[in-house]
Write a protein of this length. Structure first.
Length: 258
């Protein structure tokens, strides 16, 4: 066979091998994309929705509606929002960090916390009401910690953990307002509180936890026995003993529905 023909054959063979290599690499790439997409989809399925449902006097909390507290005082709520952080699911002998994200729960909007569930072995759920000291000293941030959410103290370093605003005829403040801006993270002024929830009842091994509804009952906020009533304390807007005392009532308001 002439040398010219041999060269043409070699050139054609090299082109074929090159095209085959490209096609093979492309197929591997597509397979990898499909594999990781399926893996991500599977992981997304192993997540749980946490919903906070706010009630007062046994009814869903509605903006500016009138309710009666434990002290027999009439009140209405115009704003209620707070931070939830450090969500953890755990069993008797292990703890799994479910999510490090900061969530801002708003009573008058649909706030659904969607967090990954890394293990099916879970008996306890714990989370913090508020944000930790590292977030306070980091200054204004983005997302849930954006100052536009009206939870950042411009006059004082740090964030408000829990904010409730409204009105009551029993309030001695101007405009009959009630305002509880609960914050503080230093020394004896630490107002972040932890909520612990224990899951009762038996669940099938194959059954996945898909949704948790936590009822937040405002009937547990004020307390006549301790003297915490609107007439006595209509406004608390700075760190201190009063804010810490009120913060201790926040976990008492929350119970798991299912």
């Amino acid at each position: 066979m002439p040398v010219k023909d041999l060269l043409l054959m070699n050139k054609a063979e090299n082109k074929y091998n090159l095209n085959f290599g490209k096609e093979y690499a492309f197929r591997i790439f597509v397979a990898a994309v499909l594999f990781f997409s399926c893996a991500n989809a599977s992981f997304a399925q192993d997540s749980v929705r946490i919903i906070f449902k706010h009630i007062a006097n046994g009814k869903p909390l509605k903006k500016d509606s009138v309710y009666t507290n434990a002290c027999g005082e009439k009140y209405s709520i115009s704003r209620l929002q707070y931070y939830v952080t450090g969500i953890n699911f755990s069993s008797n002998n292990s703890t799994t960090q479910a999510n490090k994200e900061v969530f801002l729960v708003k009573a008058f909007s649909d706030t659904v916390l969607r967090v990954p569930l890394l293990s099916r072995k879970h008996k306890f759920l714990t989370f913090q009401i508020g944000v930790d000291s590292a977030m306070h000293v980091a200054g204004a941030q983005r997302g849930a910690l954006d100052p536009l959410n009206n939870m950042y103290w411009a006059w004082n370093t740090g964030y408000v953990h829990y904010k409730m605003e409204g009105y009551s005829t029993n309030s001695k403040s101007d405009l009959a307002r009630i305002e509880y801006h609960i914050g503080g993270f230093e020394g004896g002024n630490k107002a972040m509180q932890q909520k612990n929830i224990y899951f009762t009842g038996k669940k099938k091994k194959s059954e996945k936890l898909k949704e948790i509804i936590i009822t937040v009952n405002l009937d547990e906020f004020w307390n006549k026995e301790t003297g915490f009533c609107i007439a006595a304390q209509p406004v608390v807007m700075k760190p201190g003993k009063e804010a810490v005392d009120i913060s201790r009532r926040l976990p008492l308001m929350m119970e798991v529905e299912r």
